[in-house]
Design a protein around this ligand. Structure first.
Ligand code: SF4
Ligand code: SF4
Length: 439
């Protein structure tokens, strides 16, 4: 079996054994859903409901502001009890619509219950994806209707099934349990983007998914166009630029985007969400995620409604072990530590990782070992960016290509001085973005 990979990066223990063999369980609708208006890249949606309004599942409650934004829908039926800021993993607080569950589970629109032939035009398909609030569910949350309408001609679609973050297994479970939906989602995308080739990239630690998808593709009418490639297990294999290089040997230069070299990448969960929107008219109101880590008693893969407070998921997983540590949205490398267990699940939350609280931490002086530079898959100088960020030397940020950091966390992981390089780089990126918006 040939295995492909990218230069740089690191080998990590995958820690996926806690949940990899656990089928996806359906988590009950929460008592209260806190639905943030900023769950995507771009402008936050604008709430269009107010306290006292009755809403149904799938009803539009937040309207996209311009094209670079995304619609937000009610994930449960009930009464809007407030429209106020709530805990947000990145911006600390952001506007949210809070809905009290009426337990009627009424849908706003009737969902199609049988698969239909996709008779829509390219433009109609893009509109369906936009209307239903589909965004990248691998964590980047880029509005999908924009990504599928690139400025440059594209000849390759890559489906990202790498799931290189340790602990997370939700994409693996989706590939195993919803492979038909994944292949039908690819068919929809092919109608929008008639590319020459589709490559599904999966890391070698998911052999069952590789085998199953290969065998299903053989039976389809697009088997000549779609293939599965086995990727070597390496972190961060799932980062777009690395994945593209590993699968096509094309390089996305600093400051450029995948479509500049004829490629579009979609995560497996997003492709399934596209399928559900087109075939069943279902907006993005839930997602599959992994609740895991050594700080949780019974790790699980769960399908969860958007807006569910994280505390409810921890309780459902039998609570914490004796000495729980930080709670992280996402995996241990790229994830973000949350400040409150009231923080709600968002469209881009692929995991809830509860760490063990015994990990000692002390930042030391840089010893100039150069490891962070050597292993950075984006070719950056993390130590230099950190030094500039520590003294607020923002004029250096552009020169050091801060925006090209893919936030993989490899530099922090490798640093023998335990310097939280990624934290400083995130600060620098946020400052740079703020200054650009002010111009
Ligand atoms: S600078 Fe960014 S891209 Fe490079 S290793 Fe650190 S987190 Fe990853
Ligand atoms: S890895 Fe850490 S100690 Fe080594 S050069 Fe980078 S910041 Fe300094």
């Amino acid at each position: 079996m040939s295995k492909t990979f990218f230069p740089g990066g690191i080998h990590l223990k995958d820690n996926k054994e806690c949940t990899r063999d656990l089928p996806i369980e359906l988590f009950k609708d929460p008592e209260v859903a806190v639905i943030l208006m900023s769950q995507h890249l771009g402008k936050p949606a604008k709430p269009i409901v107010q306290a006292g309004d009755k809403v149904k599942i799938g009803q539009l409650i937040g309207e996209a502001q311009g094209d670079f934004s995304s619609n937000i829908h009610a994930s449960i039926s009930g009464e809007v009890i407030k429209v106020t800021p709530a805990s947000h993993p990145v911006s600390i607080e952001d506007m949210a619509v809070t809905i009290q569950n009426d337990h009627q589970s009424e849908w706003y629109q009737v969902l199609n219950t049988k698969k239909e032939n996709v008779l829509f035009s390219r433009e109609e398909l893009l509109e369906i994806i936009k209307k239903n609030g589909i965004v990248g569910m691998g964590g980047a949350t880029f509005p999908t209707h924009i990504k599928l309408n690139p400025k440059n001609p594209v000849d390759t679609l890559i489906i990202n099934g790498a799931e290189c973050e340790p602990f997370l297994t939700c994409d693996f479970r989706l590939m195993m349990e919803q492979s038909d939906a994944l292949l039908n989602g690819i068919k929809v995308i092919l109608k929008i983007l008639p590319v020459k080739q589709v490559i599904i990239g999966i890391e070698e630690n998911k052999k069952e998914a590789i085998k199953q998808l290969k065998s299903l593709i053989e039976k389809t009418d697009f088997s000549a166009q779609v293939r599965v490639e086995t990727l070597k297990e390496k972190y961060p294999q799932g980062a777009e630029k690395n994945l593209i290089f590993a699968l096509t040997k094309r390089t996305v230069q600093i400051g450029k985007l995948p479509f500049d070299i004829g490629v579009v990448v979609q995560n497996v969960a997003t492709v399934i969400a596209i399928f559900e929107a087109v075939y069943f008219k279902k907006p993005l109101i839930d997602r599959v995620l992994t609740v895991t880590g050594y700080g949780i008693k019974e790790p699980k893969n769960l399908r969860v409604k958007i807006g569910t407070p994280v505390q409810e998921l921890i309780t459902f997983c039998q609570g914490n072990t004796e000495n729980p540590g930080k709670v992280i949205f996402g995996g241990p490398m790229m994830g973000i530590a949350i400040r409150s267990l009231e923080t709600p699940i968002m469209k881009g939350t692929s995991g809830v990782l509860v760490l063990n609280g015994n990990i000692p931490y002390q930042e030391n002086q840089c010893i100039r070992c150069g490891k962070c530079v050597e292993n950075c898959p984006a070719g950056l100088m993390p130590v230099k960016i950190t030094e500039s960020a520590k003294i607020g030397e923002y004029v250096q940020y552009e020169k050091l290509f801060v925006s090209s950091c893919i936030e993989c966390g490899v530099c922090s992981y490798n640093c023998p001085a335990a310097i939280p390089l990624l934290n400083y780089i995130r600060l620098a990126k946020a400052e740079l973005m703020k200054r650009r918006n002010q111009k």
